[in-house]
Design a protein around this ligand. Sequence first.
Ligand code: FE
Length: 199
Amino acid sequence: MTAAVWSDLLRETAAVYHAHDDLTAFAPFPTDLRAQSVVPHAIPSMRLLMAETGLQDTISAPLCEAVVAAAPIARWRETYKGTGIGQDFLDRFGCYSLIGSGGAYHSSTLWAWIVYMPARLHYTWHHHPGEEIYAVLAGQAEFMRAGEAGAVLRPGETSFHASNQPHAMTTHDHPVLCLVVWRNGFDTLPVLTPQGAAA
Ligand code: FE
């Protein structure tokens, strides 16, 4: 049963990935995937996603449904616990892995996460060596990259983050659901960017 939930999510993710030029140009979808067991870990954001009603604007309803179906069996991340990022962020920001550490599949070439933010949440400036692309699956958010103007991205739109380029995002009146992909730098987690270092 659990394996079927993950294989549904992988299938729907791959379908969206293969149909998207920005994603396939960023990195080929992995060909070395192997299943691995997931130790579920729940955080408050999991229930927010499962009760979310604001994600109808989407590039793939089947993918959104698969993301929600996997929510109760996923290992939700707590990357910023203990950093001083604030309790509201810890209570409402949601991220779980599909491919990579803590995810249902392993690959040596590409790691992929699901990121969910409800409306009116700010994900402050952070950076990491891994090169990254966000693809908005549903809803919308304002994406910010150091040295550039912010932009509201809608379903199907992407944001590329170069190695160690600080980036941030904010939801306004809508939630957002994203697919996040790294193509390298897997051994180094994101860290918050010191204030003043991102402009
Ligand atoms: Fe990032």
